[in-house]
Design a protein around this ligand. Structure first.
Ligand code: ATP
Ligand code: MG
Length: 240
């Protein structure tokens, strides 16, 4: 992993009316890393992903991609630059086949698109390519969403709670798919996840936020042993 930063947030705030969902957030995402993002319900994790991917324009501060400011750019413009996202609830086009869903991803991408066959191989979707996307199970729908995101040719993929609703075996499978994508394409992954122990296994670093504010950002072993983190997060979620 290089220590070059692919994205930086500088004093980012997001206000909804009088409510501060994010306050003064500043941190860097390193090229090639898996960055985990965790924090209690309502901490601002999804808001943070939306600020990074263009779903929301922050009300203060700056977002930089490759050193260039992208703060006000909409989602499609960021997608063309290599910034993709997968959502908490799998968004697939149910009436299209799995293969067609992957091709839709391609149509949104920029100039650096990945090879279709390689995406099929990495995701393991080969056996269900001709199935209607609405008929496959949750793991497959999540995999289609990731495959479609990869088909846009991203340099960074933001994933909102990708492991939610999966059983232990499916979590292992999906983590392996994410890892293969990272190895094959050198893609940077930012993953919001409640399941912090699973996150600790895959993430190079973990960012903790609480009430929209920065708590800490460090290696998983350090974060999991941080007294403040244990108090605000693990203390309330022993099942995490
Ligand atoms: N569009 C909006 N308008 C008003 N308030 C919002 C909006 N979006 C989010 N919020 C509020 O901002 C706070 C952070 O929400 P967010 O969805 O980012 O949290 P989260 O950390 O992703 O939570 P969860 O773990 O439940 O997914 C919450 O209090 C939420 O109600
Ligand atoms: Mg959320």
């Amino acid at each position: 992993m290089t220590s070059q930063n692919i994205m930086s947030l500088e004093g980012v705030g997001m206000q909804f009316g009088p409510f501060h969902a994010l306050s003064e957030l500043s941190f860097e995402i390193k090229a090639g890393e898996v960055l985990g993002v965790a924090g209690p319900n309502g901490a601002g994790k999804s808001t943070l992903l939306n600020v990074c991917t263009g779903g929301l324009c922050p009300t203060s501060g700056k977002v930089l991609f490759d050193g260039r400011e992208i703060t006000g750019l909409p989602r499609h413009a960021r997608c063309a630059q290599g910034i993709a996202m997968t959502f908490q609830i799998p968004t697939v086009i149910s009436s299209l086949t799995v293969a067609e869903n992957l091709l839709v991803g391609r149509s949104f991408g920029g100039s650096h698109q990945h090879d279709f066959d390689q995406i099929v191989e990495i995701t393991g979707l080969g056996p269900v390519l001709d199935a209607e996307a609405g008929t496959v199970d949750l793991l497959a729908r999540k995999t289609i969403m990731l495959g479609a995101a990869l088909a846009t040719g991203p340099r960074i993929v933001f994933m909102d709670e990708p492991l939610g609703g999966l059983n232990a075996e499916e979590i292992q499978d999906f983590v392996q798919i994410i890892d293969r994508a990272r190895q094959a394409f050198g893609v940077t992954i930012v993953m919001v996840e409640h399941k912090i122990r699973a996150l600790a296994e895959i993430a190079d670093r973990i960012l903790i936020i609480n009430f929209g504010k920065f708590v800490c950002l460090d290696r998983p072993s350090v974060v999991l042993n941080d007294d403040h983190v244990v108090e605000i997060y693990l203390g309330k979620k022993h099942d995490a």
